[in-house]
Ligand binder design. Structure first.
Ligand code: SAM
Ligand code: SF4
Length: 326
């Protein structure tokens, strides 16, 4: 699959649910979050059909996300089935980690290729401030188990939102050093509630890390499926990565589309552009017709986001990150 800019699209991020067991301040409101009704959520059969069609046209990598993907019943069954699709080489998951201990073995058995756990801080009080829940110890237990078992690649995602000192970025560095895993910093994107916060730029974090540990060296080999730039840090085996959509825009090499929990094939994080698949999936169209619809949407994938512009555009996405999947 290529779009009109000549970019190859081989990566799909699927939000399997908009529900979540946390309420991160930059993602979901504490109260008043209206869940998408169950009959409007993509069924596993519908997701599998879309993936099989896309895989015939070049889809290779899939990320399972949410909301919190581990709160959806039987998500490991979906992963197992996705792994059977010819052409799919890599199925990974991003989770908040609250249910990781319970589901780790099943994920490994299903054939998951990598697990990313979102963890913004190691400080229990700050964790509660960010996620509005008291689940830090369960998350740390899940990471400990997964790191010690070492059966699949494990990464940690951190969104600096309350400041590098308050969130204890250097403590997080020491923590991942102990476990020998990658740590990636994500710049806050102005989507949904994220608009209320400022991003901490890659340059600020790099300075903090280099002042503490010495010069970082760009890691030039391919690592992971996306736009993350990885560095080696003296004394660390795991890499430190930056996903800097605002300060180091990477749209020219974007390889991804997204499937929202309600079945919208979304071609750019910022804009409400793509094709609504949920309703057409039940209308008896052939796979060929469905592919034509998806191909047309993928071709029209916007050239770039314009998050750096203060003004909100009319075509900006109204969905929040929990519906899109990050
Ligand atoms: N619940 C899972 C989790 O938290 O890992 C998966 C879904 S969550 C939407 C996926 C990722 O998006 C998380 O790492 C989260 O920190 C990140 N995220 C959420 N809102 C964001 C925003 N406005 N800007 C940047 N990243 C965001
Ligand atoms: Fe839930 Fe993930 Fe959003 Fe936090 S970032 S509220 S864990 S979906």
């Amino acid at each position: 699959m290529t779009d009109n800019q000549g970019r190859t699209i081989d990566y799909l991020r699927i939000s399997v649910t908009d529900r979540c067991n946390l309420r991160c301040v930059y993602c979901m409101p504490e109260e008043g979050m209206e869940n998408i009704p169950h009959d409007r959520i993509m069924t596993y059969d519908e997701i599998l059909r879309v993936c099989r069609i896309l895989a015939e046209h070049g889809l290779k990598k899939i990320k399972i996300t949410g909301g919190e993907p581990l709160v959806r019943k039987n998500v490991v069954w979906l992963i197992k089935e996705l792994k059977k699709i010819s052409g799919i080489t890599n199925v990974t998951i991003t989770t908040n980690g609250v249910l990781l201990t319970e589901q780790y073995e099943a994920l490994v058995e299903a054939g998951i290729d990598a697990i990313t756990v979102s963890l913004d801080t190691l400080d229990a009080e700050v964790y509660r401030q960010i996620t509005r829940r008291d689940e830090l110890s369960r998350v740390l237990e899940g990471i400990r188990l997964a790191a010690e078992q070492g059966k699949v690649r494990l990464k940690i995602n951190c969104v600096p939102v309350l400041g590098t000192e308050k969130q204890g970025i250097l403590e997080l560095m020491e923590y991942i050093r102990k476990y020998d895993i990658d740590l990636r910093f994500i710049e806050m994107m102005p989507i949904g509630l994220g608009r209320q916060f400022h991003f901490v730029s890659e340059d600020i974090l790099r300075k903090l890390i280099e002042d503490t540990y010495g010069e970082m060296t760009l890691y030039c080999e391919k690592r992971g499926n996306g736009p993350c730039r990885y560095y080696d840090v003296p004394g660390f085996t795991g890499k430190i990565g930056f996903i800097s959509a605002i300060s180091h825009k990477f749209c020219h090499e974007c390889n991804r589309v997204r499937l929202t929990a309600d079945g919208f094939l979304k071609t750019c994080l910022q804009y409400d552009c793509g094709v609504a698949l949920k309703s057409v999936l039940s209308e008896g169209f052939s796979d060929e017709t469905l592919w034509k619809m998806m191909e047309e949407a993928i071709r029209q994938k916007p050239k770039a986001h314009h998050f750096e512009e203060e003004k909100k555009a009319a075509e900006d996405e109204a969905r929040g990150m929990s519906q899109i999947g990050g």
